[in-house]
Design a protein around this ligand. Structure first.
Ligand code: ZN
Length: 176
C-alpha cells in the first residue's frame, strides 16, 4: 500500500536546497519513495512531483501527465520515475505557458521554458534512458529538475504580470 506524503510548501528550506545524487535506485527505501511519490502526485492532481517536495532531498522526480481540472489540456502518460535526471541539450525556442506547483498552492504563472529538450535519466530499475521531450512534458521535466536545484517556478517569471491566482487561471483556461 502506498502512503500519501506531506508536501513541503513555499518557505520550507528543503525546497531551496540542492538535492543529493541517488546512489542505488534499487534500494528498498528509494523504491518505496517512488511508489509514494506516484500516489501523492495522483491524489493531489499533480502532473509531476519531485522528492524534495516531500522533504526527501534526492535527485529524483515523477512525471505523471494526465488531464485534470488543474491541467485540463495535459496529455496522458504512465507515471514515470526519473532518477539523477539531466538536460543534454535544450532548444533555443522558448515558450511561455501555464505552470503551478503543489508546493505553491493557489498561484499560477506563465513561465518561459525550452520547447524541446534532450534528456538523460535513470529509470526505476537502474537503466539509463535518453530521450527527447517536447511541449508540455518538456515543461514538466524542466519544472521538476528545478526542484532538485532549489528553484521554484515563481523564480522564473519574467514579470510580475505573469503571476496569477488559481481562480483567475481557471477562468482564463476555460475560455481557451
Ligand atoms: Zn513544483
Amino acid at each position: 500500500m502506498s502512503e500519501l506524503l506531506d508536501i513541503a510548501r513555499l518557505g520550507h528550506s528543503i525546497l531551496r536546497q540542492q538535492a543529493q545524487v541517488v546512489k542505488d535506485v534499487t534500494e528498498s527505501q528509494i523504491q518505496v519513495l517512488i511508489d509514494n511519490l506516484i500516489a501523492t502526485a495522483a491524489a493531489a492532481k499533480g502532473v509531476g512531483i519531485a522528492a524534495p517536495q516531500v522533504s526527501q532531498s534526492y535527485r529524483l522526480f515523477i512525471i505523471a501527465s494526465r488531464p485534470s481540472d488543474r491541467y485540463p489540456y495535459a496529455p496522458t502518460m504512465q507515471p514515470t520515475a526519473m532518477i539523477n535526471p539531466r538536460i543534454l541539450a535544450a532548444s533555443e525556442a522558448r515558450e511561455k505557458d501555464w505552470e503551478g506547483c503543489l508546493s505553491v498552492p493557489g498561484v499560477r504563472g506563465l513561465v518561459p521554458r525550452s520547447q524541446e529538450i534532450e534528456v538523460e535519466y535513470g529509470d526505476r530499475r537502474g537503466h539509463l534512458q535518453k530521450t527527447i521531450l517536447t511541449d508540455f512534458v518538456a515543461r514538466i521535466f524542466q519544472h521538476e529538475l528545478d526542484h532538485l536545484n532549489g528553484i521554484l517556478f515563481i523564480d522564473r517569471l519574467e514579470s510580475s504580470e505573469d503571476r496569477f491566482t488559481e481562480k483567475e487561471y481557471q477562468t482564463i483556461i476555460r475560455k481557451r
